[in-house]
Design a protein around this ligand. Structure first.
Ligand SMILES: *[C@@H]1O[C@H](CO)[C@@H](O)[C@H](O)[C@H]1NC(C)=O
Ligand SMILES: *[C@@H]1O[C@H](CO)[C@@H](O)[C@H](O)[C@H]1NC(C)=O
Ligand SMILES: *[C@@H]1O[C@H](CO)[C@@H](O)[C@H](O)[C@H]1NC(C)=O
Ligand SMILES: *[C@@H]1O[C@H](CO)[C@@H](O)[C@H](O)[C@H]1NC(C)=O
Ligand SMILES: *[C@@H]1O[C@H](CO)[C@@H](O)[C@H](O)[C@H]1NC(C)=O
Ligand SMILES: *[C@@H]1O[C@H](CO)[C@@H](O)[C@H](O)[C@H]1NC(C)=O
Ligand SMILES: *[C@@H]1O[C@H](CO)[C@@H](O)[C@H](O)[C@H]1NC(C)=O
Ligand SMILES: *[C@@H]1O[C@H](CO)[C@@H](O)[C@H](O)[C@H]1NC(C)=O
Ligand SMILES: *[C@@H]1O[C@H](CO)[C@@H](O)[C@H](O)[C@H]1NC(C)=O
Ligand SMILES: *[C@@H]1O[C@H](CO)[C@@H](O)[C@H](O)[C@H]1NC(C)=O
Ligand SMILES: *[C@@H]1O[C@H](CO)[C@@H](O)[C@H](O)[C@H]1NC(C)=O
Ligand SMILES: *[C@@H]1O[C@H](CO)[C@@H](O)[C@H](O)[C@H]1NC(C)=O
Length: 674
């Protein structure tokens, strides 16, 4: 036993040496742990890594609150106590400043961006100017003159920060108690007054966000494979989730591939969004406005498609992971081409896709209900904006329409940023309303979006070959629309959403939903919510037992319905005078289908056709602030540390040299840290 432990001691000492030299064994006086830290994390594709990371033991730097861009000199050149941990107010979170910090990363330990409580006036988009530039339909082979946004730069405000690589951690903090403590600590200890040098002790911050994966997807997937044989420690996971789809006529989902008589009109919207930081992706305009319109349209079409079914089936599709080179739509098209989906590409009659519609809402509001929606076709030379439809076109020429609120460049000023939120959609409530009252309050935004949904529903019905006389009865419900907007953009933990999900999913409900696609092996909160909402809005309740419902049958002898329908037991509401919820069974055609890039099934990690994005794993994300004592004291600590180390090394050497022959069969210590 003592022999084994001697090896361990050696290991531990080596470890502490590593940390000591890294400069992190400073004397810490006070610690304040930061409570709400949102990191930027590392993502990888076929060729690059993007995002941020700290060293294994966290990055430590002296706090510096940046007051203006001119003030950068202190951080990058003149300040006497590098490295610095730079606190940025959000207006200073610009490409110019971030790229200077990136270039001077020797003196930068990390960056904290203080998220404001209200949206800025000027535009901000950390996305690129040409979203999904390499994975749409235009390429060197197909209409090269339109490729790479040569004709239309879709996202002119894009500064590309979300696709840069930083070798220091970048966190976002809410503007509240945490940031108050930070500012106070900086003002008291670190601020250089009248050009003097600040005196020790100084206020410092430490950020942990070490990322396991490096270089690119091929490298980290290879690491995963190797590691799997030794220990199940993965370093990265493919981005992905599930698409949600449903059809107006039940389709046998067990029989994959071509259906003789089926002709479907695909009505599509995207579910996911992104921002610079990991778990803030409100996607109000870029995602929510579109898929809420589609949900409301599907609801508006429930009666008409049952009472006077149009000749073609409408297939509602909600795609996940579209931000990252069209993961969801490319997978569905791939499955359709390979007889892995309930209908195949030959069955697809046409596509109608709903993109960003915020501006449309705004126009409707300013017209005060007087005007009807007018639809303009963009001029002929206009390329198709970034859209899931592009992936269908890439496979074959299929007719289609993409409904957007912009003629050329996006009208969204906050595309894929943390400001693309409820405030940006002008969703607001009269003061002093309870959450329940807000849920039911029909906002002006909801009224306008209802108009858009009605128009979409009618267009879909006609496209599916429906009969003209039915059109007047198709109307979206403003009450449903306002609840949907509230649920996805303000609070998903509301009484309506609670009724529509099974009890075991209650823990998923919370604040505004985060629409970043993630790497969940099971479906994420947005997917689950849309799945259950779509079932409620297009399906019907059936009076069967919970057991039969969960076993996908209507009674004990039923073996056929599971091919055509999906059954979900939801917890329902509690009747008045009771606290016991009364669950019920919903029968619908709603299904989930994989939204995982085919590149991972084919193990083609350098694929040019399919998304190759993966997310690195990490062990801990945290931050804290403390006071560091003087530099001299630090050196003294280090000196003592080294002396102790040398003594122990000598000691260990003596012990282990005597132990060598006894220890010959011992296991080598794993030194697979990196
Ligand atoms: C990067 O920093 C170096 C000095 O470290 C400087 O010479 C160079 O101009 C900087 N580049 C940019 C783009 O700021
Ligand atoms: C960009 O478009 C112009 C015409 O609009 C064309 O002359 C040029 O070759 C295009 N560039 C590329 C790289 O395709
Ligand atoms: C990977 O991402 C980087 C950064 O956005 C981009 O420049 C590069 O083209 C991407 N590689 C592929 C194969 O899409
Ligand atoms: C912030 O601090 C105040 C008093 O210092 C406290 O009442 C409040 O709950 C704190 N807020 C949070 C979010 O911790
Ligand atoms: C973080 O939360 C803990 C416990 O809730 C509290 O004691 C601490 O003061 C908070 N930190 C800050 C900076 O507000
Ligand atoms: C800084 O300098 C100004 C004028 O030189 C002086 O009025 C002020 O008191 C000084 N502040 C401190 C904290 O020394
Ligand atoms: C659905 O397809 C499966 C497999 O082809 C078949 O066994 C089943 O009978 C079909 N059900 C219906 C209702 O068509
Ligand atoms: C659908 O039909 C039912 C009864 O047939 C009616 O109660 C309901 O209001 C209709 N819904 C819509 C949206 O027209
Ligand atoms: C729908 O199908 C019926 C019978 O197949 C046909 O008579 C009718 O013309 C079709 N309607 C449309 C709009 O295609
Ligand atoms: C949808 O949810 C409502 C509760 O908001 C419920 O009354 C209704 O029966 C549900 N409909 C279906 C088809 O599940
Ligand atoms: C549901 O079925 C049960 C027994 O089959 C019956 O007693 C009950 O009245 C039914 N409920 C409704 C709402 O039809
Ligand atoms: C609920 O309880 C109140 C009094 O406790 C009673 O007056 C009322 O009728 C009850 N309502 C129902 C629906 O049972």
């Amino acid at each position: 036993m003592d022999l084994l432990s001697s090896k361990w001691i050696l290991n531990l000492i080596l470890c502490s040496l590593f940390i000591g030299v890294g400069g992190n064994s400073v004397e810490k006086k006070i610690y304040v742990h930061l409570n709400y830290t949102v990191p930027c994390v590392r993502l990888l594709n076929a060729t690059h890594q993007i995002g941020c990371q700290s060293s294994l033991s966290g990055n430590v730097g002296v706090l510096h609150v940046l007051e203006s861009e001119d003030n950068l000199d202190w951080v990058l050149k003149s300040g006497p106590n590098p490295p610095y941990l730079v606190i940025l107010e959000s207006p200073l979170f610009t490409r110019s400043i971030m790229m200077k910090l990136k270039n001077g990363s020797r003196r930068v330990a990390g960056v904290v961006v203080v998220a404001p409580n209200a949206n800025p006036l000027e535009a901000f988009s950390p996305h690129t100017t040409c979203p999904n530039e390499n994975s749409g339909v235009y390429s060197e082979d197909y209409d090269p003159a339109l490729a790479h946004c040569n004709v239309t730069v879709w996202n002119p405000f894009g500064n590309g920060l979300a696709y840069e690589e930083f070798d220091f951690p970048i966190f976002s903090l809410k503007d509240d108690n945490d940031t108050h403590v930070i500012r106070q600590c900086y003002m008291e200890h670190n601020r250089a007054v009248n050009g003097s040098t600040p005196q020790y002790p100084l206020c410092a911050m430490q950020l942990y966000s070490h990322m396991s994966a490096v270089t690119n997807t091929a490298t980290c997937m290879r690491r995963n494979d190797i590691d799997f044989s030794i220990s199940p420690e993965m370093v990265c996971d493919p981005l992905g989730d599930y698409n949600v789809w449903a059809s107006t006529r039940p389709i046998n989902n067990t029989a994959k591939g071509h259906k003789m008589w089926e002709s479907v009109v695909i009505a599509a919207a995207r579910l996911d969004s992104r921002s610079f930081f990991f778990d803030i992706a409100p996607g109000a305009d870029s995602g929510v406005s579109g898929f809420v319109t589609l949900l409301a349209a599907a609801h508006a079409l429930r009666n008409a498609t049952q009472e006077a079914p149009p000749n073609r089936t409408i297939l509602y599709a909600f795609f996940q992971g579209e931000t990252f080179d069209y993961i969801g739509s490319s997978r569905m098209v791939y499955d359709m081409q390979n007889n892995q989906f309930a209908v195949d590409l030959d069955n697809v009659h046409s596509v109608l896709e709903i993109g960003q519609v915020r501006k449309l809402i705004e126009n409707l509001q300013s017209a005060a209900g007087g005007l009807n929606i007018s639809m303009d076709e963009p001029s002929v030379s206009q390329p198709l904006p970034p859209s899931s439809f592009q992936r269908f076109l890439r496979a074959r020429p299929i007719p289609g329409v993409v409904l957007e609120d912009h003629q050329s460049a996006f009208s969204n000023r906050f595309y894929e940023s943390m400001y693309d939120n409820a405030e940006y959609l002008n969703i607001s409530y009269p003061p002093n309303m309870t959450p329940e009252e807000q849920l039911e309050f029909v906002t002006d935004t909801a009224k306008a979006l209802t108009e858009v949904a009605t128009m979409v529903a009618k267009a879909l019905y006609m496209q599916a070959g429906g009969s003209e006389p039915q059109l007047s009865s198709i109307k979206a419900d403003a009450q449903i629309v306002t609840r949907l907007l509230y649920g996805f953009l303000v609070r998903s933990n509301n009484s309506w959403f609670q009724q529509l999900i099974p009890s075991d999913l209650m823990s998923h409900l919370g604040k505004p939903t985060n629409f970043y696609v993630g790497v969940t092996q099971q479906s994420s909160e947005p997917t689950l919510l849309v799945q259950h909402l779509l079932a409620n809005l297009t399906g019907s309740t059936v009076n069967i037992t919970q057991e039969n419902c969960q076993n996908q049958r209507e009674d004990e002898n039923d073996k056929e319905n599971k091919h055509m329908y999906y059954y979900m037991w939801v917890q329902g509401a509690a009747p008045p005078n009771s606290t016991q919820r009364e669950g019920f069974c919903i029968r619908s055609t709603v299904r989930l289908s994989k939204a995982l890039s085919p590149a991972f099934d084919m193990r083609e990690y350098t694929s040019k056709d399919y998304s190759t994005w993966t997310e690195s794993r990490w062990k801990s994300i945290k931050g804290r602030i403390f006071l560091v004592a003087s530099h001299d004291l630090e050196m003294l600590t280090l000196g003592v540390g080294i002396a102790v180390l040398l003594t122990s090394l000598l000691l260990t050497y003596v012990i282990s040299s005597k132990a060598d022959m006894l220890f010959s069969s011992g296991r080598e210590p794993t030194n697979a840290t990196y």
